[in-house]
Ligand binder design. Structure first.
Ligand code: UDP
Ligand code: MG
Length: 323
């Protein structure tokens, strides 16, 4: 029996790109003899005609499975929904804007056939991106690799192939604050790499603006490591030791020895500064703790991960499975 490949595409305002990537995938499909494929397009709250464009294609081609979210949930959630609905022996995820060249799919498949469970697309350069985005990315990866146990490669992208068994485990993840790439890295399994040159997006504008990226980076830091809470601990220890030493010095120099150095420290001034400093530290700690509580709260509430408004070419027991 021939194997099934599921191609998962998250799409947010990609009306112009969908037909292009669809045709590109059809072309690629011709070179993938012996494989059947399905294309799962997740419309993540587009405000343009992405939905109409996909549904029209889905009417003509039953291999296109369409999932429409009731609003914008984020690319990470859209990828999860796609993986949940995929039936393939392998699941390939790629962006709708042609920044992840579909012509590389056969290479991903080849590496998978040769035994890799996870095949990761590695981007060679980020030249088409603005200075700010590149700087932000560099900072984020330096920070994450400094503080987290699971290393993250700055060149690794979301362009990935995962084997059915990885997709099955992935479905068991319940967290709401998710960073698909980080979760797949956390899973381990046998991995292999495909490198490619990222071009500029084919049409439309990137929906991942600075604010969204910063939010994502922030949530990745707080859901993947305990480091910020540890900084608070380190700072607390440092402050306690410093103030204890300072206090001891003042007592010995001023009270015991009668101020031989002539510093004439006003005790009140010293106290005021110390108290201010400590209050600042306590506030910082509270901020960190609040971030964790937010994460815990999100998980505990147990809301569904996403809400599907419409589907096409998706069988009923499927939608029941995730909602
Ligand atoms: N995307 C999505 N939901 C969003 C934002 C983006 O599904 O809220 C999709 C988008 O349609 C594209 C992919 O995620 O297929 C990558 O988005 P984009 O090109 O905006 O980001 P970048 O290339 O900067 O990573
Ligand atoms: Mg893009």
């Amino acid at each position: 029996m021939s194997k099934l490949l599921s191609i998962v595409i998250p799409a947010h305002n990609e009306e112009e790109n969908i037909p292009v990537i669809y045709r590109a995938i059809l072309d690629v499909g011709k070179n993938l003899l012996g494989y059947m494929f399905e294309i799962i397009i997740v419309n993540d709250g587009s405000t343009d005609d992405t939905g109409k464009v996909v549904e029209k294609l889905a009417d003509e081609d039953p291999r296109i499975k369409y999932i429409e979210f009731s609003r914008n949930f984020s690319k990470e959630i859209a990828l999860s929904a796609g993986i949940h609905h995929a039936h393939g022996d392998a699941v390939i995820m790629l962006d709708a804007d042609m920044q992840h060249p579909p012509e590389l799919i056969p290479l991903f498949v080849k590496k998978w056939k040769n035994g890799a469970d996870v095949v990761i697309g590695m981007r060679n350069k980020r030249n088409h991106e603005g200075v700010l985005k590149r700087f932000g990315a560099a900072l984020f990866y330096a920070l994450m690799n400094g503080i987290s146990n699971v290393p993250m490669d700055p060149h690794a992208t979301d362009y990935r192939l995962i084997d059915r068994k990885v997709a099955d485990v992935f479905e068991q993840f319940t967290e709401r604050n998710r960073f698909t790439r980080g979760l797949v890295d956390w899973l381990g399994f046998k991995r292999s790499y495909v490198s490619f040159d990222a071009s500029a997006r084919h049409a439309g504008t990137a929906s991942y603006g600075t604010k969204k990226l910063m939010n994502l980076a922030y949530s990745v830091v707080f859901t993947h490591t305990l480091f910020p809470l540890m900084i608070a601990g380190y700072m607390g220890a440092f402050i306690t030791i410093t103030s204890a030493l300072l206090g001891a010095f003042v007592i010995v120099e001023d009270v015991v020895m009668g101020d031989p150095l002539g510093i004439e420290v006003s005790g009140t001034a010293m106290l005021a500064i110390m108290i201010l400093f400590l209050v600042g530290i306590i506030l910082v700690c509270l901020g960190f703790i609040a971030s964790y509580i937010k994460t815990i709260q999100d998980e505990v509430i147990g809301r569904p991960l996403y809400v599907i408004a419409r589907t096409k070419n998706i069988s009923d027991d499927d939608s029941a499975r995730v909602s």
